[in-house]
Design a protein around this ligand. Sequence first.
Ligand code: UDX
Ligand code: UDX
Length: 442
Amino acid sequence: MNITIIGTGYVGLITGSIFSDRSNTVYCVDSNQTIIENLNQCKLHIYEPRLKELIIKNKDKGLFFTTNLNKAIKNSDIVFMCVGTPSDEDGSFNLKYIKSVAEGIGEVFKECNGFKIVVCKSTVPQGTHKVVSDIINKKSKENHQLEWEYVSNPETLAEGSAVSNFSSPDRIIIGTNSSKALEVMKQLYHSFVLKDSENRFKIGSPADAELAKLYSNTALATRIAMVNEFARIADHTDGADMDTIRRMLCSDSRIGYKFMYPSPGYGGSCFPKDILGLVSQSKLNEYQPLLLNTIDKSNELQKDYIASKVLSVLGPGKKVAIWGLTFKPNTDDMRESASIKVINKLLENGYNISVYDPKDNKAKEIFKDKIIFHNQKYSAIENTDAVILLTEWRQFDSPDFKLMKEKMNGNYIFDFRNRWLPKIVNSYNFNYYGVGRNYPLE
Ligand code: UDX
Ligand code: UDX
């Protein structure tokens, strides 16, 4: 099939690259000329494992990068909208990019014929299908030479493992009112669900798909917020250990192990934004949700709580090293990362901070010279009072605690992903602090 992808961010670039790898012809369009020029030289503005290899393999064979929306759409059967939907100040989804892309599609549709499908992959408030359809119909002046249909096909990519998520999806959500569009979408995704195509397509209306996506992210965020609340509760008991509790709890198959890891608070471009967007949209629809605001507040509290924990143990004006800055491992994405809030709070308290993150390019744009960036995890900890683990990159899994002790001035370890065994860390004469950890017996 011939496909246009509009927006080459985390979602669009992965979607386009994988579709081209499955022998479709894909035109990736972005309004940012520099991004397109760089992509044409295989220089990526984002990091995602395995993505660059896919682009090198397919570029100019079935994968093209262009700013020419007109030509791309005219040559395509399907047009994917993958532009960002950031939060406005009041938390509502800002749909300006979606609307401007819809205008652009409508403009090109004036001169098209045959059958085309417009797919929205961006996360949007429920009802966006109507907004987009109205704009396209108005702009294209109801061109009778062209039949077009709308599909909502929300992304379900977790950054860091997005290429494998996309290639072997556990579900493909398709929301459409058109059986003709549904057949084309099933054909497009057929090779992704060969094993179990009957069960993996989740089909409903555009309204169902839009809300299902928001529900999915809210459900996952709620689990993490709850686990982190329990970690705070455990901290205020006389010996309950969150990691032990987690394992006791998760062996209940109704609960399970996934998304139950205490952390410095969830971040990323989805959970924080989607929850606030859902609250705001519900209010517009004259419904005041009860749980949702609390989930967001609880998560922001966790970020503050983590910083306060360091301050309460060490006091102000210390020198610390931070390992890991991104909101999760295997990405360079810093959006809403807990590290931003934690670092800013420590800086306000006179801290001298050195950091190491394997992919710190975007962090450098945020912090500039306020903190010291190192290329090596052990050089970052020289003469520090404490090491603080914020992101669980694999290369932090088994550090050399003996070497750490030699390099550091102080003896404090803050393991805010609960990756290390307190007993082992303490055996090197460190003082260990985790998230809700209370020195278990093991
Ligand atoms: C995606 C989704 O689309 C968003 O709704 C979801 O909630 C999170 O993931 P992401 O891929 O992370 O967003 O977006 P971003 O990294 O902001 O990239 C968007 C791209 O679209 C940028 O490269 C931007 O230049 C481009 N763009 C934006 C256009 O080409 N045209 C526009 O009008 C606006
Ligand atoms: C999420 C959804 O998982 C994905 O399906 C959706 O389409 C986009 O949003 P993403 O934000 O990329 O993906 O990463 P995810 O793995 O969901 O992690 C989000 C945040 O939760 C990270 O900050 C992570 O560290 C945190 N997290 C995750 C925890 O704190 N504890 C956990 O147990 C799991």
